[in-house]
Design a binder for this molecule. Structure first.
Ligand code: PHE
Length: 340
């Protein structure tokens, strides 16, 4: 077969192929077969070196015009079968939907809300105070004498000589009593700060709920009754409580309250250090000196106060053994407590 016939043969084949094309992808195959880098036209161009001299120029002309012809028919094919938008096929409608992320309350907030609700049902209202306090409200008015070692119990972050980050929410008692007369039934939830090394058991920032009840003839028995009912509502009716003598400058007598271990039900475990009991709060009868600093007559009024550590209670309730995890804001930890 001479070289010109090769061109003829390719032209006939291309015409035949053209008749059967009815889609974009078939047009694409046509382009690759004839006009692609390794297509038949390229192949023929490579053969030009072998063509005898006297036919070379005719061979080149005819091959060029075939190439133009095929390019033209390919253009036409494209206008008849345009490229489909591939996005239509990239969506897999059978895939399961994406779950939206749902926000929820942090367990410290949730615990705080539960405690607030319980005391609200006992008739306590909520009061708030500043986080940056004066020495007077945080210490002096609460019967911490100047230079008294009791101030060491609460490692303090000082802002200046006289200003500090409150070490407890008890200063809210003083602020509230300055503005109101008995009877008073108030709780003060809020953030407190202590200059302590951060460890699994203690943090330099945590939350407290302080409670205060002042009226005529308030007794220690009422304090016990109120806290006992709180413990039952919070932990369930099977919980037991006990009081141990303690010391706080602003209460006399003072006590700490334990609940039977919520994890082992009093049998003894690692969390309760095999004692069967967990300490959850400090409390006591308001010291007469505190009443004097807010101009209440200690002969006329008595009262009780208590202070609950929220993180501690939340950790016990949710079985968390490292306080730091509550402040890391690791989404994997927080997600476990989403309640829908
Ligand atoms: N304010 C005390 C503390 O932070 C707790 C407390 C409050 C104790 C009220 C007794 C009465 O340790």
């Amino acid at each position: 077969m001479n070289y010109l016939e090769l061109i003829q043969k390719t032209a006939v084949e291309a015409k035949d192929d053209l008749k059967n094309i009815n889609s974009f992808s078939a047009a694409e195959d046509y382009r690759i077969k004839y006009l692609g880098r390794k297509g038949l036209i390229s192949e023929l161009f490579e053969k030009i070196a072998l063509v005898p001299k006297e036919h070379k120029s005719q061979f080149g002309k005819e091959l060029n015009s075939l190439k133009k012809e095929l390019e033209h028919s390919y253009e036409e094919l494209l206008s008849r079968f345009p490229k489909q938008k591939s996005a239509v096929f990239s969506e897999d409608l059978t895939l399961p939907g994406l779950k939206p992320n749902i926000g929820s309350k942090h367990i410290v907030t949730r615990t705080l809300d539960e405690i607030k609700d319980i005391f609200k049902s006992f008739g306590f209202i909520t009061a708030e105070g500043p986080e940056v306090e004066s020495d007077y409200y945080n210490f002096s008015a609460l019967n911490f004498p100047e230079d008294h070692p009791a101030r060491d119990m609460q490692d303090t972050f000082f802002v200046s000589q006289n200003l500090l980050l409150r070490t407890h929410t008890s200063p809210v008692q003083i602020r509230y009593m300055e503005k109101h007369s008995p009877p008073i039934r108030v709780i003060a939830p809020g953030r407190v700060f202590r200059n302590e090394a951060v460890s699994a058991r203690s943090h330099c920032i945590f939350h407290q709920v302080e409670g205060l009840y002042v009226d005529r003839k308030v007794t220690f028995a009422e304090l016990k009754g109120t806290l006992f009912n709180f413990a039952k509502l919070f932990y369930g009716k099977d919980v037991s409580i006990r009081f141990r003598p303690s010391f706080f400058p602003f209460t006399e007598p003072s006590a700490e309250m334990d609940v039977s271990c919520v994890l082992c039900k009093g049998k003894g475990c690692r969390v309760c250090k095999y004692s069967g009991w967990l300490e959850i709060l400090g409390c006591g009868m308001v010291d007469p000196n505190v009443f004097k600093s807010v101009n209440y007559d200690p002969e006329e009024f008595t009262g009780y106060a208590f202070g609950i550590g929220i993180e501690r209670i939340a950790m016990l309730k949710y079985g968390i053994d490292d306080i730091r995890i509550l402040f890391d804001n690791d989404i994997r930890f927080l997600k476990q407590f989403i309640r829908i």
